[in-house]
Design a protein around this ligand. Structure first.
Ligand SMILES: Cc1cc2nc3c(=O)[nH]c(=O)nc-3n(C[C@H](O)[C@H](O)[C@H](O)COP(=O)(O)O)c2cc1C
Length: 169
């Protein structure tokens, strides 16, 4: 098993990475990350996650399809992600995050084309060589399963950091 960093360092070093080197990560490391993530707790040990990792030409094809759909205004989210859903302090934090992000990449507030281009970096996976797609079954109101997926995702991200890698949800 590859050597990893102490837990405290890992928790504090993890952050959302939005720029990546293009070289693929060796399979052995990806497998080690998946094995770590698999240790996440879940309701009644149901482990309700299915992870697909896409790389290379498949990753490129997926990105192109998502960019084309976005260009055509075709969006089909499985759940709401409107910023306006957030109220009070949560709305403020979301606004602060957006402001800090656009300032960091030097995009002015009213430069809508540049903001749109920046937002489309999501659909280019920020240049990451691998994309992990997390699938979940529908179970009741989905709250328990979504909670489990969150625990899995955080364990996955912490493991990336522990392996000297980075990621973004
Ligand atoms: C469920 C989830 C979805 C997210 N979606 C995006 C996204 O679409 N684009 C993006 O740039 N960041 C996204 N983020 C990253 C958050 O902006 C980030 O986690 C937050 O600002 C805290 O920063 P940190 O991860 O660097 O600590 C997402 C985070 C989570 C947990």
């Amino acid at each position: 098993m590859p050597a990893t960093k102490p837990f405290h360092d890992v928790v504090h070093k993890r952050h959302s990475v939005r720029s990546f080197r293009p070289e693929p990560v060796p399979d052995e490391i990806l497998r080690s990350v998946l094995e770590d993530a698999q240790r996440a707790p879940s309701n009644c040990n149901t482990q309700p996650w299915q992870t697909h990792i896409v790389s290379g030409a498949t990753r490129d094809t997926l990105s192109r399809a998502m960019l084309a759909a976005d260009n055509a205004g075709v969006h089909s989210p499985d759940f709401s992600f409107a910023i306006s859903d957030f109220k009070g302090v949560y709305e403020q934090r979301a606004k602060d995050q957006g402001a800090a992000y656009y300032q960091a990449i030097a995009v002015p507030r009213d430069a809508y084309d540049q903001r749109r281009d920046a937002s489309r970096r999501n659909l280019e996976f920020f240049g990451a060589p691998h994309v992990a797609l997390l699938f979940m079954p529908e179970v009741g109101d989905n709250v328990r399963v979504a909670g489990d997926i969150g625990m899995y995702a955080q364990t996955f991200l912490l493991s990336l950091t522990a392996h000297g890698l980075g990621g973004i949800p």
